[in-house]
Ligand binder design. Structure first.
Ligand SMILES: C[S@@+](CC[C@H](N)C(=O)[O-])C[C@H]1O[C@@H](n2cnc3c(N)ncnc32)[C@H](O)[C@@H]1O
Ligand code: SF4
Ligand code: SF4
Length: 348
């Protein structure tokens, strides 16, 4: 498979035939592949309550094993991560994080064992009911960032994108309640983001502007065909003929661990087609640096992407990604001191 727009990846590997100059250039212009993943996504439980039009989940869920990661395995991964420089741990992968009723205990465990790692979640927001929000905010600083996927600001476009029964009004009510609860508590964590995928179905620019006007951070990101798993992605894309994702950096910095311990290629591998190893019997370090992972990276960086089934057909709709950090994120209502308060009205 020929890649039409090969982009230079910012990571490098030294190959046997590389001359002195090539080695020198690589070392000074690109990054070495870390010996341990900087980011780790852990599927604590399979399952999602939606079937988004651009997500491989709906079409693959029935054929894939389902289950929950046992605590021994979860602890093993988090314990190992504490011995390395890990930037972030996200306790979800290809699922909806709040289907796991133990998600809060999982976050607390990460906080306790690896306090250096940021904990970041992405959720569709539909299960963020008031009691769930209370537990979430009780984590204090434990959850660093929460991104809520809200596809657009038009109910019809939202519901035809986030299929499977998600209701626009209910998600919006959940988000509004979360914002108000954060304001009441004067909470600065989690950093809240509304996120959406920029497709022809929704008006992402209008939606980002709406959230900005409410003082909430918002962003839209590029549509991907998820390793070729979304066959009709181009029908939703801004550009006909999406671009090969040859500059993808996922396999160089991020580990994706399924509930059974399988380390899969990336977040698009819903059918676990490319398994790099299993971290139940081996360490994550061993699997990350193992022969399977190394060979795949070698192929990716040496114009042999065509030999990696998922990467060879993986495409992205190259649109500008926009991220608007609100200048007044979740404005905090500070109660005025008693002396400044106007006198209570009298009835006389
Ligand atoms: C797979 S979901 C898992 C978390 C949660 N269920 C959610 O939707 O936020 C993680 C993120 O991937 C995004 N996503 C799913 N399919 C995508 C695609 N084809 N292209 C780009 N982003 C996609 C979702 O919108 C979501 O923000
Ligand atoms: S994008 Fe998230 S909410 Fe939508 S189907 Fe996929 S996992 Fe579920
Ligand atoms: S399939 Fe390959 S190119 Fe596509 S996101 Fe995964 S690692 Fe990146």
């Amino acid at each position: 498979m020929k890649h039409r727009n090969p982009k230079i990846n910012k990571y490098y590997m030294i190959f046997p035939g590389d001359g002195f100059l090539t080695r020198w250039k690589k070392r000074f212009t690109r990054r070495p592949i870390p010996k341990f993943p900087r980011n780790i996504q852990i599927q604590t439980q399979t399952g999602c309550n939606a079937d988004c039009v651009f997500c491989p989940y709906g079409a693959t869920a029935d054929t894939q094993p389902s289950g929950k990661m046992d605590w021994d395995l979860f602890r093993k991964i988090v314990d190992e991560s504490a011995h390395h420089r890990v930037r972030r741990i996200s306790p979800y992968l290809m699922n909806e994080p709040f289907v796991d009723r133990e998600i809060f205990e999982r976050i607390l465990y990460i906080n306790r064992v690896n306090p250096q790692a940021k904990v970041i979640l992405t959720s569709n927001g539909s299960l963020l009911t008031p009691p769930v929000v209370e537990r979430l905010l009780d984590l204090g600083d434990g959850l660093h960032e929460l991104a809520i996927s809200v596809q657009g600001i038009d109910p019809e476009a939202y519901e035809s994108t986030m299929r499977g029964g998600l209701k626009f009004d209910r998600t919006m009510a959940n988000v509004t309640h979360l914002i108000e609860a954060m304001r009441r508590r004067q909470a600065t964590r989690p950093a809240l983001w509304i996120t959406m995928v920029d497709t022809e179905i929704i008006d992402a620019r209008k939606a980002v502007e709406y959230w900005r006007s409410r003082g909430v951070n918002a962003r839209y990101t590029m549509l991907e065909n998820r390793g070729g798993n979304i066959a009709d992605a181009e029908s939703m894309a801004h550009h006909q003929g999406m671009d090969y994702f040859s500059d993808c950096t996922r396999l160089f910095k991020q580990a994706y661990i399924k509930f059974n311990g399988d380390l899969v290629l990336c977040c698009t591998d819903y059918e676990a087609k490319i398994i790099l190893g299993n971290v139940r019997d081996k360490s994550l370090y061993e699997v990350w640096n193992g022969e399977v992972a190394t060979e795949i990276r070698r192929k990716f960086l040496s114009n042999r992407i065509g030999e990696i089934s998922l990467c060879s057909v993986c495409k992205v709709d190259r649109e500008r990604e926009v991220q608007v950090k609100s200048s007044r994120p979740l404005p905090i209502v500070i109660p005025r001191p008693p002396s400044a308060r106007p006198p209570a009205p009298t009835t006389a």
